[in-house]
Design a binder for this molecule. Structure first.
Ligand code: VGL
Ligand code: ZN
Length: 208
């Protein structure tokens, strides 16, 4: 029985003032800290969106196109984003208030300029794995609580992949530790997670 907490992309870039700010994104930080500090997890992992400059998901790489339009990357439809979470910049850093000392492992993703990687477990084309699934299997993870930024992108895809990669594990989405980009996308994400057998909980449910 290994209980794990997975914190998705709680980075400056997705918080107010960041390049791809999610409304109220920094509100997830105290919730994450309460869970990190709770002592109930055997393993705490954080993912970090970690793009090279000029990543193909950036609208700036597509002449005449703008952020939040659908473009194309490696022949597939791709949401075009503002430049964000560029390796080594403050935008890519984990939020400074996050209790880093309680984090056992940081999984970086999105390093291949030709494919985006919403999930902490694999690239969007599903070809390349990050290694996080094998790592969690090697640690014997049977319960995984996850959340972070953004609910309708990286959290959702990570949660759905966790169901695939940790067969038999109980996966829970921590709603108050998460914020999304698009409200209708968040609703859809929660419906898709529920349909995949993921339980929706609050940090209060976990801590009480
Ligand atoms: C994310 C869009 C682009 C996320 C990352 O962390 O949800 N969204 N890159
Ligand atoms: Zn990204």
């Amino acid at each position: 029985m290994t209980k794990a907490l997975l914190l998705i992309d709680i980075q400056n870039g997705f918080c107010p003032g960041g390049n791809l700010a999610v409304a109220d994104g920094d509100a997830v930080v105290p919730v994450a800290n309460a869970l990190i500090d709770s002592g109930r997890y055997d393993l705490v992992v954080a993912s970090q969106d970690w793009h090279p400059p000029g990543h193909g998901s950036f609208a700036s790489q597509h002449p005449g196109r703008h952020p939040f339009e659908i473009g194309e990357l490696s022949g597939k439809p791709q949401m075009l984003w503002p430049d964000h979470c560029v390796q080594g910049t403050n935008d890519a850093a984990l939020h400074p208030d996050l209790h880093l000392a309680g984090i056992d492992f940081v999984q970086r993703k999105g390093e291949n300029p030709a494919v985006d990687s919403y999930s902490a477990f694999r690239d969007n084309d599903r070809a390349a794995l990050t290694g996080l699934g094998a790592y969690m299997v090697s640690k014997g993870v049977t319960e995984l609580d996850l959340g972070g930024l953004a609910t309708d992108y990286c959290v959702k895809f990570s949660a759905l992949d966790a169901v695939d990669m940790l067969p038999g594990a109980e996966i829970r989405f921590v709603a108050d530790m998460s914020r999304g980009i698009d409200p209708s996308g968040v609703e859809l994400a929660i419906a898709q997670m529920r349909a995949a057998g993921i339980e929706v909980v609050t940090s209060q449910d976990i801590l009480s």
